[in-house]
Design a protein around this ligand. Structure first.
Ligand code: NDP
Length: 491
């Protein structure tokens, strides 16, 4: 807090509201200079390597292995052998013990993981600390609970594990996506080969330490780092029984084409262009917080981000005014500062993509607003942005920007809101803000979205299934539904 100004005995008033820096210490993280691949419980060296950096400073953090097709083959062989030699036949109650152990270790080491996640991914520490880590641990706890109850979850269907699961995850929630993938797979008795995203491998590699600490049998979880080539090798490997993918629609479609007719099970969690729909009877200030959380949380690198605001015409002006004023209070900067609201963009490539789409918005005729904010010189940054005067046909209203950019559209009636909300190739999530319960239900029935939040946004819980319609993919993660893709049924 700035110094207090006390002229002539008048009440104490701060001379400005700038926050003093409150950086989280990096000392808790012990980075190795280089990391290999985690295969069969051991570290193996990859022939090719690359450097992973901090997107906030462009500082190199470590040298990472680029797994080749041969390395992927070793990992799948290790996973197959662990599946056959004990893991798949272990009683569910025993598998649960490992999952509980992993969850508890994640909780114990939460600060270390949160700092590393922010260093490697650029997300604000308050998010990795308060969202990513608690949710990752909760996923392991939740699926630990199901491991010995599969017969009750699917009565009379004789659920059995399917074998080796190949899992490919993105860079927006590196540890959380790992938890979403690994926890249900292990609970069901499968073994895993997981590929983290090229830009954010470090928490997955630290997780290997947790696996050792939990004494998980060797080969049950294998981590192979690398770029898209590693992911493609995993998809193409004939020893993989199921692929779970989270990422772009483009790569998801390529994977689906590749696996068509092979019998390999597939779930895809792809992009989104969610509508956050605000009616004139809602609690306006609460809605503004929900809009901000919906699109600026994690720099907008969120598949279910509320990237389109649909505002009812009668409240359009006060809503946009309040929103702009709220944007001025967002603190953009050092991800390790506990006061930071918006961190760094994950990579130079993603920043380029955001810039290109924002430019298209200007060219097509939308009006741009960015609050005054000083962006750091080094690293990848983009100011929180609002576009008004947006037509449905504009690219910024149709394409996933995956950055801190909101497109505002308007509507008059609930029917029009539904039509506009559903007018996208995606269907992952939506938000409705109104005081009327009946209207919430009416809207939820008509919105083509896997998740509909009412008077809130970006709420996650391991017991609640998550997934999409249309080009947002298929299959559900989380909840009872999240078990099904990892099981076969001898009915
Ligand atoms: P990708 O779909 O390329 O990345 C997701 C994962 O797939 C990464 O681990 C990636 O590896 C891997 N991968 C890349 N190519 C292949 C392949 N041919 N076969 C198998 N796996 C592959 O997303 P991008 O990182 O390129 O992001 C591009 C856009 O995608 C973003 O701007 C955003 O719009 C969207 N996106 C959506 C996400 C979501 O959660 N729905 C998450 C991430 C991105 P690598 O990291 O090495 O490229």
């Amino acid at each position: 807090m700035a110094e207090l100004d006390r002229p002539g005995g008048s009440p104490a008033v701060p001379d400005d509201w700038t926050y003093a820096p409150a950086p989280e210490s990096r000392d808790i993280v012990r980075l190795r200079e280089r990391y290999g691949l985690f295969v069969g419980g051991e570290w193996i060296e990859a022939k090719e390597t690359y450097e992973t950096i901090s997107p906030a400073s462009e500082e190199p953090l470590a040298v990472i292995g680029q797994a080749s097709a041969a390395d992927v083959d070793s990992a799948v062989t290790a996973a197959r052998s662990a599946f056959a030699n004990g893991w798949s036949s272990l009683p569910g109650s025993e598998r649960a013990k490992y999952l509980f152990r992993i969850a508890r270790i994640l909780q114990e080491r939460a600060r270390e993981f949160a700092v590393l996640e922010s260093m490697n991914g650029g997300k604000p520490i308050k998010e990795s600390r308060d969202v990513d880590l608690p949710l990752a641990a909760a996923h392991f706890f939740y699926y630990a609970g199901w491991a010995d109850k599969l017969e009750y979850a699917f009565p009379n269907r004789r659920p059995r594990p399917i074998g080796v699961a190949g899992q490919i995850i993105p860079w927006n929630f590196p540890l959380l996506m790992l938890a979403w993938k690994i926890a249900p797979a292990l609970a069901c008795g499968n073994t895993v080969v997981l590929k983290p995203a090229e830009t954010t491998p470090l928490t997955a590699l630290l997780f290997c330490d947790v696996l050792r600490q939990a004494e998980l049998p060797a080969g049950v979880v294998n981590i192979v780092t690398g770029d898209g080539r590693t992911g493609a090798a995993l998809v193409e490997h004939e020893g993989v029984d199921k692929i779970a993918f989270t990422g772009s629609t483009e790569v998801g479609k390529a994977i689906q084409r590749r696996l068509a007719g092979t019998g390999t099970k597939l779930t895809l969690e792809l992009g989104g262009k969610a509508a956050n729909i605000v009616f004139d009877d809602c609690a306006l200030d609460q809605a503004v917080e929900g809009i901000v959380n919906g699109i600026y949380f994690n720099q907008g690198h969120v598949c279910c981000a509320g990237s389109r605001l649909l505002a009812q015409e009668s409240i359009y002006e006060p809503l946009v005014d309040k929103l702009k004023r709220r944007l001025e209070t967002l603190r953009v900067g050092d991800p390790l500062d506990k006061n930071t609201d918006v961190g760094a963009i994950n990579s130079a490539m993603q920043l380029e993509r955001i810039r290109e789409l924002v430019e298209s918005g200007r060219e097509e005729g939308a009006e741009i607003y960015q609050p005054p904010c000083r962006l750091p010189e080094k690293g990848y940054w983009f100011a929180p942005t609002v576009f008004t005067n947006v037509a449905q046909s504009y690219r910024i209203a149709q394409e996933e920007i995956f950055g801190p950019v909101l497109s505002v559209l308007t509507f008059r009636t609930p029917e029009e809101a539904i039509e506009k909300a559903n007018n996208t190739p995606y269907g992952l999530s939506a938000g409705v803000w109104t005081e009327k319960g009946s209207r919430i239900l009416w809207m939820a029935q008509r919105l083509r979205a896997g998740v509909v939040w009412a008077n809130t946004f970006n709420r996650f819980d391991p017991s609640s299934p998550f997934g999409g319609y249309k080009e947002s993919g298929f299959g559900r993660e989380g909840g009872l539904h999240g078990l099904e893709p990892y099981l076969r049924f001898d009915e």
